[in-house]
Write a new protein. Structure first.
Length: 706
C-alpha cells in the first residue's frame, strides 16, 4: 500500500517549477552572439604532442570542455594550436574567450586577441606542481659537470617568449657570474628537439649546451628524437609558471568568475584529473605569482578586478546525491567566514530525528521522514523558497532497527525524477513535480537478502549510465543494477552481505569502475556488466564499512574504525594494489567520510584529522571531543564546513599549519542538545541543515542583523 499527500500549492507550482536557468553572457557583450571559444596551446595536449610516452602528453581538453559546458550552459568550441595567431587563422576559430597554455607564451601573444588577458587559474601536473624549469643539457661525453663549467660555451636557448628556455636560464647564468650575450644576439631554436639534436650533431667540434623545457625531457627519448643516454643535465633554472588559464576581455566579469570556479573545482572530478594528467587539477593564483606576474598582462596586479564578485556564491546548482553532487564533499562555494547571526530563511518541524541526508535544487528540498505512528516512511518534498510542503509520499516500512526506523539513504535527484530508498529496502522512483510513483521495488525481496538488517540499508543508490547501482547484500546480489526507467534488474553480482558505505564511480588505473563496500571488505565492479574486477580484504576484520571511500588523485583512500586510513594505488588494468602506499592508523572514524582539499585530506573521528594527501603524514589534529562520530565535511579549495556537537557549524581553514576555526555559529540555539546524522545540502548560498526536531534553511551569504 502506498499513499501520496499532495499539498494544495503543488498544482500551480508544477507548471513552471522545473525550468532550468542557465548562465549566459551579457546581451551587450560581443561574446553573447558567438559560441564560447576555448583555445588550447598546452604542449602536452594530445593534438599538440605525440603518444610516445604512455600516460604522458596526451591531455584531453575535450573532457574539460564538457565540464565547462555544464557551467556555462552553452557549447564550448575547442581549438588546438601552437600559438594564438595560428588558432585565430583557422576558419573554425575567429575569437578566443578562454586560453590555456604556457604562461609566458600566452602573455607574449596577448595582443593577438585584440586586448588583454587575465590569469584565472594554473594547471598542476601529475606530481602536483604548476611550474616548469629550464634544463641545461650537454652531450653525455662532454666534460662539463656544473653550471660554472658552461662559461664560454655556445648555448642554444629557446624562443624569448618561452620563459623557461630563455629568461630563466639567462638569469641563472648571470647570477652565477657567467657572462651572457645580449638578448638580441642570443642563439635560439624553436623547439627543444632542435637544440638537443644540434649539440649531438656537433659532437666534439663544439663546446655547446642547449636549454630544454623540463616537461619536454621525457618526450625526447620517448619519441626517439635522441637515444637514451645521449644527453646529460648539468644545471636547472628556477621554476617558472607552466600552464595557465587566461580569460580575454571578451568575457564579462561574472562569467569569468564562473569559469574560474569551474576550473578550480576540477579536482573534484577524478575523470577530469585523469584526462588532464593532473594530480590536483587547476589551482588558484598564489601571492608569489600575483607579485611576479600579476593577473593581467598590461596592468599591475589588481585583485579587485576579478575578485570583486568571486566571494559571492555561484548560481544555484543541484545537490541531488549523497555527500554532494560527486559524493566527495566538494562544493563550488563556501563563505570566507560565517555570520554570527545568519539569515534563517525558513524552518520546518520534523516528525522524527533524521539519519538520511538532504537533497535539493533551486526549486525543491527532499528528505526522508516517518509518519506519527512510526510505521510508514514519509518522503517529504518542500518548496525551497519558503519551506511549504509540496507533496509527501508514504509507504509502509515495518520492523525494528537500531537507531530507529527512519530512512538512511539520501534521495537522488535526476532531472524531473527522484529515487528514494528506505531502511527496509523499499526503493521508489517518483516524479519530482508531483510525487507520483513511477515504479517501486523492495530490494531485499527482489534479490532474496537473508541477513538481518540491524542498522538497515544505508547506502544511497548510485546512478550510472541509466542504471541504479544498489547494495541488496544478498548471496547472489551483493551488488546489483536496476534500470532507472523501469526498476527491472540489469545485472547482479554475488558476494557478502551489505555494508553501509555508499558506492562511488571512479576511473582508477585507467579503468572506469564502481567502488563499493560489502560486509567483508571493498571491491571494484564494471558498471556495464557487474563483473567484479577486484576484492580488497582489510588486514583486520570486523569493521562495519560505513565511511565512503575517496578518490585522491589516481589513488583510493579508505578509512574505517578498525584499520585506520589506507591509501592504495592501482595497476594499469584497473585492479587495486593490495599493499597500501601509505597508512595512518590513528584516524579511525565510525561514520565520517573524508574530503580532499589543497593536497590534504580531512576526516572526523571525535576530532578533525588533517593528513598529507600523498603520504598520509599527519599535518594537524584539532577539536578533540568537540565533534560527533558522523560529522559531515564540505570543502572548497580553502575552506571546510563541518558540524560540531550541538549542531554548531564550524568553518575551518584546511590549509593552515594547525587546527584553525575561522568562524562558527549555532543554527539551533534553542535546542542545544540537537544531534545531526545526515549530511546537509548546499545549493548556492542556501544551506539545508537537518536537526533533531526541525530542518532549517540558512543563507550563508546574508546577515539577519544587517
Amino acid at each position: 500500500m502506498l499513499m501520496i499527500r499532495l499539498a494544495s500549492t503543488v498544482v500551480a507550482a508544477t507548471l513552471g517549477m522545473f525550468a532550468i536557468a542557465t548562465p549566459s553572457f551579457a546581451d551587450d557583450s560581443a561574446a553573447s552572439a558567438a559560441p564560447f571559444s576555448l583555445v588550447v596551446m598546452d604542449p602536452l595536449a594530445a593534438p599538440l604532442s605525440c603518444p610516445c610516452v604512455e600516460g604522458y602528453a596526451q591531455r584531453k581538453y575535450e573532457v574539460l570542455a564538457k565540464h565547462l559546458e555544464e557551467t556555462l550552459g552553452q557549447p564550448v568550441q575547442v581549438t588546438f594550436a601552437e600559438s594564438l595567431e595560428k588558432a585565430l587563422a583557422k576558419d573554425s576559430c575567429d575569437h578566443a574567450d578562454l586560453v590555456i597554455g604556457k604562461d609566458s607564451v600566452v602573455r607574449a601573444e596577448a595582443g593577438v586577441v585584440g586586448g588583454r588577458v587575465t590569469a584565472v587559474a594554473r594547471l598542476t601536473d601529475q606530481q602536483g606542481a604548476a611550474t616548469q624549469t629550464g634544463l641545461f643539457v650537454v652531450r653525455s661525453a662532454d666534460s662539463a659537470k656544473t653550471l660554472a663549467d658552461l662559461s664560454g660555451y655556445r648555448i642554444l636557448y629557446g624562443p624569448p617568449e618561452c620563459e623557461e628556455k630563455f629568461g630563466a636560464p639567462r638569469a641563472l647564468l648571470t647570477e652565477s657570474g657567467i657572462t651572457v650575450t645580449p638578448a638580441e644576439q642570443a642563439e635560439t631554436t624553436s623547439a627543444c628537439s632542435d637544440g638537443a639534436c644540434k649539440i649531438i650533431e656537433w659532437g666534439e667540434s663544439q663546446q655547446a649546451a642547449a636549454v630544454i623545457s623540463s616537461y619536454a625531457a621525457p618526450l625526447l627519448e620517448g619519441c626517439g628524437t635522441i637515444d637514451k643516454g645521449d644527453l646529460r643535465v648539468v644545471a636547472e633554472s628556477a621554476p617558472v609558471p607552466f600552464i595557465t588559464a587566461f580569460v580575454t576581455d571578451r568575457v564579462p566579469k561574472d562569467v569569468a568568475v564562473m569559469l574560474r570556479s569551474a576550473l578550480l573545482d576540477a579536482a573534484a572530478y577524478p575523470e577530469l584529473l585523469m584526462a588532464l594528467e593532473s594530480m590536483q587539477g587547476f589551482v588558484d593564483l598564489d601571492d608569489d605569482y600575483l607579485r611576479d606576474y600579476g593577473r593581467r598582462t598590461e596592468a599591475k596586479p589588481n585583485a579587485e578586478e576579478l575578485e570583486e564578485t568571486s566571494a559571492a556564491p555561484p548560481d544555484a546548482a543541484a545537490w541531488g546525491d549523497f555527500h554532494g553532487p560527486n559524493r566527495n564533499g566538494r562544493v563550488a562555494w563556501l563563505p570566507a567566514e560565517l555570520f554570527a547571526k545568519p539569515e534563517v530563511i525558513w524552518q520546518t518541524p520534523l516528525l522524527f530525528p533524521g539519519m538520511g541526508g538532504v537533497a535539493a535544487n533551486d526549486r525543491v528540498v527532499l528528505f526522508g521522514d516517518r509518519d506519527p505512528t512510526n510505521n510508514l516512511d514519509a518522503w517529504r518534498c518542500l518548496d525551497a523558497a519558503d519551506g511549504s510542503e509540496l507533496w509527501t509520499v508514504e509507504t509502509p516500512a515495518l520492523g525494528k532497527l537500531d537507531y530507529d526506523n527512519q530512512p538512511r539513504a539520501t534521495p537522488v535527484i535526476d532531472g524531473n525524477r527522484a529515487f528514494l530508498l528506505g531502511a527496509f529496502g523499499d526503493l521508489l522512483a517518483v516524479d519530482l513535480a508531483t510525487g507520483d510513483v513511477l515504479w517501486q521495488v523492495n530490494l531485499r525481496q527482489t534479490f532474496g537478502a537473508e541477513v538481518d538488517l540491524v542498522w538497515g540499508i544505508c547506502a544511497t543508490p548510485l546512478l550510472v549510465d541509466g542504471a541504479l547501482i544498489v547494495t541488496p547484500g544478498a548471496p547472489d546480489a551483493s551488488l546489483a543494477a536496476l534500470d532507472a526507467e523501469t526498476g527491472q534488474p540489469l545485472w547482479q553480482s554475488p558476494g557478502p552481505a551489505h555494508a553501509y558505505a555508499s558506492p562511488v564511480l571512479a576511473t582508477l588505473g585507467g579503468r572506469r569502475q564502481i567502488v563499493a563496500c560489502d560486509r567483508e571488505g571493498l571491491g571494484g565492479w564494471d558498471p556495464a556488466t557487474g563483473q567484479r574486477l577486484w576484492t580488497l580484504t582489510p588486514p583486520t576484520s570486523g569493521g562495519f564499512n560505513v565511511p565512503t571511500p575517496l578518490v585522491v588523485g589516481d589513488q583510493l583512500l579508505i578509512v574505517g574504525e578498525i584499520n585506520g586510513a589506507r591509501l592504495h594505488r592501482f595497476g594499469d588494468d584497473g585492479v587495486i594494489d593490495p599493499n597500501p602506499t601509505a597508512i595512518y592508523r590513528k584516524l579511525k572514524p565510525d561514520m565520517s567520510s573524508p574530503v580532499a582539499v589543497g593536497g590534504r585530506v580531512l576526516c572526523c573521528s571525535d576530532q578533525i584529522y588533517c593528513l598529507d594527501a600523498a603520504t598520509l603524514a599527519e599535518v594537524w589534529i584539532g577539536g578533540r571531543r568537540d565533534f560527533p562520530s558522523d560529522a559531515p565535511l564540505l570543502a572548497t579549495k580553502d575552506r571546510v564546513l563541518t558540524v560540531a556537537k550541538g549542531g554548531e557549524l564550524l568553518l575551518l581553514d584546511p590549509l593552515a599549519k594547525k587546527f584553525t576555526v575561522v568562524s562558527r555559529l549555532m543554527p539551533f540555539a534553542d535546542a542545544p542538545d540537537v544531534q545531526l546524522f545526515g549530511c546537509p545540502a548546499l545549493v548556492g548560498d542556501k544551506l539545508y541543515l537537518r536537526g533533531t526536531d526541525s530542518l532549517v534553511c540558512l543563507s550563508l551569504a546574508t546577515n539577519a542583523s544587517g
